[in-house]
Design a protein around this ligand. Structure first.
Ligand SMILES: NC(=O)c1ccc[n+]([C@@H]2O[C@H](COP(=O)([O-])OP(=O)(O)OC[C@H]3O[C@@H](n4cnc5c(N)ncnc54)[C@H](O)[C@@H]3O)[C@@H](O)[C@H]2O)c1
Length: 450
């Protein structure tokens, strides 16, 4: 390839133009980091709302601030467009599009394939293509590579460089950001890996080359599945401790005193977000494709999916024991419905499953979430209600789910007749109307799960 030295020089001089394809929770923070490092970065997105927001100096995602976008726009280092022709002038294209699941829980690569086809149409010799979207082993080499080659007529490794560098962002995490979370880089060829490393070294503190795209693809799947399975284990312990009349949080604190070979995980109403419940299914699909049963992931899934039901069981029991009421027709307010605190993202949120479970048992369910003024639940638009003391007073129960920092919990506890707290079991809120679902003496144990 005769253009490789030119790409290397541009990366070293920070004169390369970088295109980020997909400007969501993962892509926009990455684009910001490239722009901060001095590259001119152009974001390409099919969503005109996102392009308009960024062009106007606003951030369309809650893990990037408006001020950040406005300042990079003012410095002319960040652009946004929905015109794929911006790829013609790009030296590198970084794909950050969604990788959800199909209705059968299999990998849905439609967005990766669409982005690959678009890049293929504008691919030129010497260009670097990076896939950051989470995907199964072999996607870079066996799905993206042939697509790019067939659309462009160019050959990976000879005419252009191809790399997998998994996205590891944790939105809302202020300690570990794009900049200080190590970046894995697995290229199709050693030269692809070398140039991929050069790109990221400009803006990420630690860049780790690995032997192949498959190693990087699997590393990402292993990280998230490790968490998914450990959460399911602790959730199963929560169910057991509930029967035994033991506070599972105290058990975890006790186990945590071992200084080696134990990592604490905590029970919750369930797992949510675009990664933890989704990514293990990519690993499961790979296991099945290669003739393995893959038994752990389905078992973990069943346990995690039982947690919203446990919360509603506890709600039902609290209403009966504390207020002599039934869940049927009870007015229930859920507080915090995003999948994690302080992030405006409801994808796969366990709180929404609590909503649907309580609703299916006949409760009149509403929610309060300052980050989500409206949600579309099973095709119906539902608006967040305000925490008005009068409205709180007419609720039969308020369930504290996702613990956003800005919510006035004292106000809720003062005004609501019954509060079901699913937050920490170690520091339960002390008030006669509060039931903490992890504290054994708060309620009788739940009956066996069906
Ligand atoms: N959100 C996270 O916390 C997180 C963490 C780690 C990894 N990831 C991975 O990062 C990837 C992206 O996730 P996300 O959360 O940023 O998704 P997102 O939905 O927030 O953003 C994806 C963006 O891609 C755009 N898009 C879709 N198809 C496109 C196309 N053909 N061309 C251009 N733009 C297109 C969408 O309009 C959207 O703006 C996924 O593979 C995900 O697993 C996400």
């Amino acid at each position: 390839m005769n253009d490789d030295t030119s790409l290397e020089r541009k990366l070293r001089m920070r004169s390369a133009r970088i295109a980020v394809v997909g400007l969501g929770y993962a892509g926009l923070p990455m684009a910001v980091e490239f722009a901060r490092a001095g590259f001119v970065c152009v974001g390409l997105d099919v969503d005109p709302y996102k392009v308009k927001a960024i062009s106007g100096g606003l951030s369309p995602v809650s893990n990037v601030g408006d001020d950040e976008i406005a300042s990079l726009r003012a410095d002319h280092v960040l652009e946004a467009s929905s015109d794929p022709r911006v790829l013609d002038a790009a030296d590198a294209a970084v794909i950050c599009v969604p990788t959800p699941l199909t209705p059968n829980n299999g990998p849905d690569l439609r967005f990766v394939e669409a982005a690959g086809a678009t890049i293929g149409e504008h691919l030129h010799a010497g260009m670097l293509v990076v896939l950051q979207s989470t995907c199964g082993p072999g996607t870079t080499a066996r799905v993206l590579r042939p697509l790019l080659e067939s659309v462009s007529g160019l050959r990976a490794g000879d005419d252009f460089f191809l790399v997998f560098a998994p996205e590891r962002i944790d939105p809302g995490n202020t300690r570990y950001t794009v900049k200080n979370t190590p970046k894995l880089v697995g290229g199709l060829t050693p030269e692809s890996t070398r140039l991929g490393c050069l790109l990221y070294e400009a803006c990420i503190e630690e860049v780790v080359p690995v032997g192949s795209p498959e190693v990087a693809e699997l590393a990402k799947l292993v990280e998230n599945t490790f968490r998914f399975i450990n959460i399911s284990f602790v959730n199963e312990m929560a169910l057991l401790c509930d029967r035994l009349g033991v506070n599972v949080w105290e058990v975890i604190e006790a186990a945590k005193t071992k200084p080696f070979a134990f990592m604490p995980h905590y029970p919750s109403p369930g797992v949510g977000g675009h990664c933890i419940p989704v990514v293990p299914q990519y690993l499961q699909a790979a296991a099945r494709e290669h003739g393995l049963l893959g038994e752990l992931i389905p078992a973990a899934n069943r346990i995690n999916e039982a947690m919203p039901k446990l919360v509603v069981d506890k709600l039902e029991r609290a209403l009966e024991e504390r207020a002599g009421k039934r869940l049927l027709n009870a007015n229930v307010l859920l507080v915090g419905i995003t999948y994690k605190p302080d992030i405006a993202d409801i994808r796969e949120s366990a709180a929404l499953r609590v909503f649907l479970e309580a609703f299916s048992r006949g409760a009149r369910v509403r929610y309060h979430d300052p980050l989500m003024p409206i949600v579309n639940l099973a095709g119906e638009l539902i608006a967040s209600v305000e925490l008005d003391p009068i409205d709180l007073g007419v609720m039969d129960a308020v369930v504290l789910l996702t613990p956003h920092t800005g919510i006035d919990y004292d106000r809720i506890i003062r005004a609501a007749p019954l509060v079901i707290d699913t937050h920490s079991g170690l520091t339960p809120r002390e008030a006669p109307n509060v039931v903490n679902i992890w504290v054994p003496e708060a309620l009788a144990a739940t009956p066996a799960l069906s």
